[in-house]
Design a protein. Structure first.
Length: 458
């Protein structure tokens, strides 16, 4: 990582996808069981986050080509702040604050991130982090999270004033890297093993190199039609809404998957499909023959590169089985689709398209993004987190919830994140299209419980 370098094509693509109605910002909430003071929080960020050179760099456009450059006026106080929630300062108020921040763009004149500490939240504290997608994808940003923890930060390798952190990162992330190999391999096996490419990205590239269906994958991406016109589609507005579910036990999901020889991801996708189906019915919309399609990110990052920032993923389409009434049949439908995805080269093809678009003129990229986003209504992602409790400056991290950004005209993102044996589902959506995302979360929780009854009752 250099003090001055051009953005990769795919990072530039995500940078330019920013729109006032659909910001490319990854927003996350970390809830701490213990109270953290602002001075401690600033120390945490200065010691640990700023070891990543990228968080001290801004983006500058040079003759139409965006470059990373160190911000000569970098001021931590412009990126780290303290705030307080109104009223009871509970979960509802935290949702409102997250929603408001999701609707606000990051300052393009500064490094593209900020963090807000809520010192008093339910007996502890909460952190709201916003990081632009051009800095990194979900897998990469898990490494950022790990580097902030007491368990995986190496205090002997604190960076100095050098503008090049290459010599720092391997040492500072040594502990995080040892854990991330387990986190990614275990988490992806449990949460996203519906596609082999997530566990072993080299398989996808190997198939592509062999020419196995890569041309067909490109053709399908180009020729795939739009999904159904439902309440999830429409003109986007600036205001966003965010919510999240109660925790679901990861071990229970694994037990549910066993009778069907299914994957954890199949169970979760089927439960989301049931929630979408119920939401449409609640709004007097048909479900028979209706297609609600999702874009699923697929990791293409080799394990030895997992600690590097930047974006290294492709996208595949999945049709939620909205029209199927039987819950187990929904699981089987998802299972079949994910099996087909595993054998395809769509993720590699999509990665190539995004990398190329990032080097096109912005107007052409915008047209292409709109074309591909019309084919889906939802972005859904699984990102595996640590499977044991971590600490930040001796404060226990109770739970973590990230939200996936969308692109183009897609108005809803559904995120799944696992941490410390629990799985949570988060929804970020256009407040105009989906004004009541809590109804979707309740639908997911209800569908999950009923599916658990059916699969575990015997």
């Amino acid at each position: 990582m250099k003090a001055h370098e051009p953005l990769s094509g795919i990072d530039a693509a995500w940078l330019r996808m920013d729109d006032p109605t659909n910001l490319m910002t990854i927003t996350s909430v970390l809830v701490l069981e213990d109270r953290m003071e602002l001075a401690t929080f600033r120390e945490l960020i200065a010691e640990r986050l700023l070891g990543f050179l990228r968080f001290r760099q801004r983006v500058r456009d040079t003759n139409g080509t965006p470059h990373w450059e160190v911000d000569p006026n970098f001021d931590l106080d412009q990126h780290v702040r303290r705030s307080a929630l109104p009223g009871e300062a509970g979960r509802a108020e935290l949702k409102e604050r997250v929603s408001a921040l999701m609707s606000r763009p990051l300052d393009r004149a500064k490094p593209l991130w900020d963090m807000e500490l809520i010192e008093d939240y339910q007996g502890g504290s909460a952190i709201i982090a916003r990081i632009h997608h051009c800095i990194g994808d979900g897998i990469a940003l898990v490494q950022v999270l790990l580097s902030l923890t007491d368990e995986h930060f190496d205090p002997d390798r604190i960076p100095g004033d050098s503008t090049d952190s290459d010599s720092f990162l391997p040492g500072a992330l040594r502990g995080a890297w040892n854990t991330v190999k387990d986190t990614v391999s275990t988490g992806q096996r449990l949460l996203a093993e519906g596609t082999e490419s997530l566990v072993n990205p080299s398989h996808a590239f190997h198939r592509a190199k062999q020419g196995m269906s890569l041309g067909a994958a490109l053709s399908r991406l180009a020729l795939l039609g739009s999904d159904s016109d439902t309440v999830f589609k429409g003109d986007l507005k600036v205001a966003q809404k965010a919510t999240w579910s109660d925790p679901v036990d990861l071990a229970t999901i694994k037990r549910m998957a066993e009778p069907l020889d299914a994957k954890v991801n199949d169970i979760l996708l089927a439960a989301v499909a049931g929630a979408l189906r119920h939401y449409l019915q609640r709004h007097d919309e048909p479900t028979e023959g209706v297609m609600v399609r999702a874009l699923l990110p697929v990791n293409l990052r080799p394990m030895e590169k997992a600690f590097e920032l930047g974006n290294r993923f492709g996208l595949v389409y999945l049709d939620f089985p909205i029209g199927i009434n039987d819950r187990i049949e929904r699981v089987l439908n998802v299972q079949e689709q994910m099996g087909e995805i595993k054998c395809s080269s769509e993720a590699v093809a999509a990665f190539g398209v995004l990398e190329t678009l990032g080097r096109f003129p912005a107007e052409l990229e915008a047209q292409a993004v709109q074309l591909f986003s019309r084919k889906a209504s939802v972005v859904m992602t699984n990102v595996p987190g640590p499977q044991e409790q971590f600490h930040m400056k001796d404060c226990r991290v109770q739970n973590v919830m990230p939200w996936v950004p969308r692109a183009g005209g897609i108005g809803m993102g559904v995120s799944v994140f696992s941490y410390n044996g629990d799985v949570r589902l988060g929804i970020a959506c256009d407040a105009h299209l989906v004004p009541d995302p809590d109804a979707l979360v309740e639908g997911f929780e209800r569908e999950f419980e009923k599916l658990a009854d059916e699969l575990l009752s015997g």
